[in-house]
Design a protein around this ligand. Structure first.
Ligand SMILES: C[S@@+](CC[C@H](N)C(=O)[O-])C[C@H]1O[C@@H](n2cnc3c(N)ncnc32)[C@H](O)[C@@H]1O
Length: 228
């Protein structure tokens, strides 16, 4: 078991570009080819929900988000990695768009209309994922939009060490969130997960990577019911 603090784990990933993308230090899932549908769809959802204050945690390197039409939205990007936050402020900061250092596992989150938490909980142990959900619930924000892999028949929700990766389905154990109110299908093109058939005779790629929308009240109720 690693004893490293999450800040060290993710700072090291940032410094060594451990997720291996030449385009984004946030990894292949944050490249433009893999986020084209999110870039197109997200502004429509934000408008429909009348989002004026958006917390993007974690914001990563803002590689694809810089291309999202956020007109009229006060954007706050936050990440645990200080150096990344400083670089984002330098490159992308402007009135109505700022970045700060914030640890989803230990800091209080501001109250916003929507907490956007893409590609994060799937890097966390179950205990840390629940910590993050509690932080969102405590923020008294209205909506949570977060990554969920919708298929149920494939391996999901392994209890990894924080800093690793596992596809997560937020409706399945141990999270048990209700069905999402909306889904954005990401249509990731280069990052399909390769599964083998049960008998191992054939491999097949799957990409059911989505963004699911929940009312934060529903997240809080679920945490309460689960007693976690
Ligand atoms: C795969 S990247 C995703 C970034 C962004 N959401 C995107 O879609 O491009 C994961 C990010 O989570 C950040 N992170 C990990 N643990 C965190 C925590 N406890 N609080 C805030 N950010 C965290 C990492 O530093 C990294 O930038």
């Amino acid at each position: 078991m690693t004893t490293q603090a999450p800040e060290t784990v993710f700072s090291d990933i940032f410094k060594s570009n451990a997720w291996g993308s030449t385009e984004s230090v946030s990894g292949a899932g944050s490249e433009l080819t893999n986020t084209a549908q999110v870039i197109r769809e997200l502004p429509h959802l934000l408008r429909e929900l009348q989002v004026h204050r958006l917390l993007d945690v974690p914001c990563g390197d803002f590689n694809w988000m810089q291309h999202v039409d956020l007109t009229g939205i006060d954007y706050h990007g936050a990440d645990i990695v200080d150096a990344l936050v400083a670089r984002n402020n330098e490159r992308f900061g402007r009135p109505g768009r700022h970045f700060s250092r914030l640890d989803l596992l230990s800091d209080a989150l501001p109250t916003v209309d929507l907490v956007f938490c893409r590609d994060c909980l799937f890097h966390f142990s179950h205990a840390d994922a629940f910590r993050a959900l509690h932080a969102v619930a405590a923020s008294r924000s209205k909506w949570l939009l977060t990554t969920t892999f919708t298929y149920r028949s494939l391996p999901r929700n392994a209890d990894i060490q924080t800093g690793g990766w596992t596809p997560i389905n937020m409706e399945m154990a141990p999270f048990h969130l209700p069905p999402p109110r909306r889904l954005i299908v990401e249509g990731n093109v280069t990052e399909s997960i390769i599964y083998a058939t049960d008998d191992g005779s054939r491999q097949y790629p799957q990409s059911d990577r989505c963004l699911g929308l929940w009312l934060v009240d529903d997240v809080r109720d679920t945490l309460h019911k689960l007693g976690r």
